[in-house]
Design a protein around this ligand. Sequence first.
Ligand code: GLU
Length: 479
Amino acid sequence: MSTHAIVRTRMAPSPTGEMHVGGMAMLLKNYAYAKRHGGKFILRIEDTDQTREVPGAVGRILDVIKAYGLSWDEGPDIDGPFAPYTQSQRLPLYKQHAEQLIAANQAYYCFCSKERLEQLREDQMASKQQPKYDGHCRVLGSDEVAKRLANGEPSVIRLKVPKDEQIHYTDLIRGEITVSGADVDDQVLLKTDGFPTYHLAVVVDDHAMQISHILRGEEWLSSTPKHVLLYKAFGWQAPIFAHIPIFLNPDGKGKMSKRKGEVAAQSFLDKGYLPEAVLNFFMLLGWGHPEQKEVISLDEYIQNFDPADISSKSVVFDLVKLQWLNGVYIRALSADELLEKLQPFIPADCPANLAKDILPLIHERLSILSEFEELSSFFYRNITVDPQVLSKKATPELVREQIETTILELEKLPDWNEQEIENTVRQLQEKNDWKRGQYFMLLRLSVSGQQATPPLFTMIVVLGKEKTLERLRSAGKQI
Ligand code: GLU
């Protein structure tokens, strides 16, 4: 166990693009773990690679986390005991720590040129070796280093990895991990421009911010031995690590990537997934509720989540399951709640009153909010009806007769209500001995242009008398 008195977890996004669904799923785990243990969840912006920074990304990261209904206790916009929480505002700290390691002989200055390093890399690749720094500057004497520094020669600071040591740490999901120092690169810690690399900054900050547990993606597994060495070199206690498996593309092939569909956390909300449903979906990826529940609230998750229970196998980002869960959450909404959430998805040509009337008819069938348009457009847009389909199950004469008689009877109705419409249509069908399936489908197709619709009579009420009769007339003319 960590000897930290309180659980403090963090998410440390780099503003190099939009927040990925994998990042949001990771954030949820860190958030839940801190909350479960009455701890704190910290948001830190890791923006030391300024060449890759995307303008506006920080703001969008903060916004999308809030849009998912999650929050942080300390972060770039909330003052806390370890502020600032943005790495570019903490630069002196990293330089000072890198120099501290030099003084302790745990790091060294390296003057190798870009050209030399490139050549080294090419040679190593050509002889099928893992590209790694060859320790060229590791052996420089202190006088020479002092002289070259005094001459203003560009340099970086590298970690002096003990090549003959075994590096051990315990991963909450993967158990004991041992890596040989010989396999770890003498990582650059401070770059020529004085900026830290991710490795130095992440360790300095996780320590300074008293982070007790780090739950992060397994893509960082190979970095962890470097971090463990850094903690040791500074004489600090390392946090507890858990490396969470990555998501695979919905087709099960390869790491989830943009090439195979949307990956930005925001894009799922934009499409009409409810944040609660997406979070619930994240919960179930690689983890199961003790009672095998599938629909889990955030509070229930917090009460039950333990990273040690996460599977070490990669999980498929199963869109079918996400859509199913989203439907479950949509069905649980009241009509008013649904109407409110649907606002961004109601097309401009759908009158507001009509949208309200349509909603109860499609509520059950809606599994993503953006489906509203597809499921409702026949109410307010022109439809096309295929005459051949209309007379598929009966002769054109019969179909024409059915349509004309129905128009005549419906026209007479003083009140346009479901009961009256249903009685009229059923009486016609019985009196004329028409086949019910054929006749009802004819009406359905004529007024909506579709075979799968909300219940026929409710739909006809919402369409209104004028539009219903107009569509029946138009269908009749086409036969
Ligand atoms: N800044 C890193 C990232 O962009 C953080 C990795 C970590 O959690 O240590 O994901």
